[in-house]
Design a protein around this ligand. Structure first.
Ligand code: AHR
Length: 493
């Protein structure tokens, strides 16, 4: 029995912002040092930036990259990371020495190299509104004042024009350096925003948030008029302490919880009158939480650093990660009136899309999901519904087999992103478009031989396949979706 997927091009859900396919890198383990940045490597350029990593990021057409954290940023002082003489500092978030050899100038150079927009997350933990606004001066003023002149003295005559700036990272959490109460947070954000916008009124300002009514009620009451975005984060497989990776089926159950925080934050923005005025950036997301146990308890720092190598195990990242990531991106497309940016956490090493090692890189399964969806899901998100999907059991819950999102461009080209979550069974789909479809359709698919397929050094099980089919005279396309697969079908009205 075929499942029916109906695309309703008249139901316009919102303009799809390309920043939904954004990225994040943090000074954590080997994301920066040994990932993006490896001076002395034969694979690096004269600045020490890994060419192969940069080329892989270019292959994704990364629209924006958030940096430097994450927890790291909440005790990071940006002035330590600029200039000819970099003093190492101690990273209180992750209990390691930060060499500061990769700082603002190197980040901007990397963004230029891969052709992406920089998004700077500032230190609202131990930092001050003045320190944050000084950072904006350093990056965005031409030569006015000491910090712009300092940038010029470092050999960067032209301003960097960094458009996206976040105030803080998860300062609502007790474990964050410089964590704050809602009452402290709203005032701090207001003062920081005032100073940062005085330096450059053209920047877009984000503030760390979470789907909590009290946090947002006060934040938006005090600073709602000066904020363009609020940021939320999501990790679904809680691996911080125990690296017991959830199996494929459990990850499929997790996909049914992706929209919970989105609906919560939508309700809060609606209740506070900010829906349509402030957008949401899901500026950290990943199926897998990062593994970093004992950071508060290990007597010896090495005991909390060693387990972090577990994040780099490539066999961890299977079709579960690819299918989950496609469901997440589909959800953002369906909520594109609200969500304008999403940043995969992280892009390189740890739980990243790309694994960098001394001899090269590995593209993990989710890398191909970004390639397939980012190139196709453009224009306007339109209505899509699935009919006849009995789903499959995971424990005592029923998980739908299919997840779908659809997009329409002004030239009449359309794209439908279809995920078959089922671990074993293919699904035959009748795809109907209300406006009809003619001519040829193309498809692009991410898959591997099994639900547990993964890529590693010398092992390529997951990749992209492409094909085409003629659209029959009728008004629907019929085709089969393999199990545990992500498929994007494209055509024109
Ligand atoms: O586990 C990594 C951390 O997850 C990031 O540093 C932080 O922003 C989030 O809590």
């Amino acid at each position: 029995m075929a499942l029916e997927v109906r695309v309703d091009t008249r139901r316009r859900l919102g303009a799809i912002d390309g920043k939904l396919f954004g990225h994040f890198i943090e000074h954590f383990h080997r994301q920066i040092y040994g990932g993006v940045f490896e001076p002395g490597s034969p694979l690096s350029d004269s600045l020490g930036l890994r060419n192969d990593v940069a080329e892989a990021m270019q292959g994704l057409g990364a629209p924006v990259v958030r940096w430097p954290g994450g927890c790291f940023v909440s005790a990071y002082h940006w002035k330590d990371g600029v200039g000819p003489a970099r003093e190492p500092s101690f990273d209180k978030a992750w209990r390691v020495e930060e060499p500061n050899t990769f700082g603002t100038d190197e980040f901007i150079a990397w963004c230029r190299k891969i052709g992406t927009e920089p998004y700077v997350c500032t230190n609202a933990g131990t930092g001050t509104p003045e320190e944050m606004s000084d950072w904006v001066e350093y990056c965005n003023l031409r030569s006015e004042g000491r910090w712009a002149k300092l940038r010029q003295s470092h050999g960067h005559a032209e301003p960097y024009k960094v458009k996206y700036w976040s105030i803080g990272n998860e300062n609502y959490l007790g474990g964050e350096m410089g964590s704050k109460t809602p009452q402290e947070w709203c005032r701090f954000v207001k003062e920081s925003a005032k100073m940062m916008k005085r330096v450059d009124p053209t920047i877009e300002l984000f503030a760390a948030s979470t789907p909590d009514l009290e946090w947002n009620r006060l934040l938006l009451q005090e600073a709602g008029e000066v904020l363009d975005w609020i940021s939320i984060h999501g990790y679904w497989d809680p691996l911080w302490i125990n690296n017991n990776l959830a199996p494929y089926e459990t990850c499929m159950a997790y996909t049914t919880r992706i929209e919970t925080p989105i609906e919560q934050i939508r309700a809060i923005l609606t209740a506070t009158g900010h829906l349509g005025k402030i957008r949401v950036a899901f500026d950290e997301w990943n199926l897998r939480g990062w593994h970093h146990p004992y950071v508060d308890s290990a007597a010896n720092a090495a005991d909390c650093i060693r387990p972090r190598d577990e994040n780099d195990r490539n066999s961890s990242y299977t079709m579960a990660d690819a299918v989950f990531s496609a469901c997440f991106l589909n959800a953002c497309v369906r909520h594109s009136d609200l969500i304008g940016m999403a940043n995969f956490a992280p892009s390189v090493n740890a739980r990243g899309l790309i694994y960098a090692h001394p001899e090269g890189i590995v593209k993990r399964s989710t890398y191909f999901v970004f390639q397939a969806l980012a190139e196709a899901l453009k224009g306007t998100s339109v209505g899509v519904s699935v009919h006849g999907d009995a789903g499959f059991s995971v424990g005592d819950s029923i998980v739908p087999c299919l997840d779908a999102a659809a997009a329409l461009e002004t030239d009449g080209s359309w794209a439908v992103s279809l995920v078959n979550r089922h671990p074993e069974q293919a699904q035959v789909v009748d795809l109907r478009l209300d406006a009809g479809a003619t001519g040829k359709a193309t498809w692009c698919r991410v898959n591997g031989p099994s639900k547990d397929s993964y890529n590693d050094i010398g092992r390529s099980e997951v990749g992209l396949e492409r094909g085409a089919f003629e659209i029959p005279s009728g008004d629907f396309l019929s085709f089969s979706l393999p199990p545990h697969s992500v498929t994007v079908v494209r055509g024109s009205l």
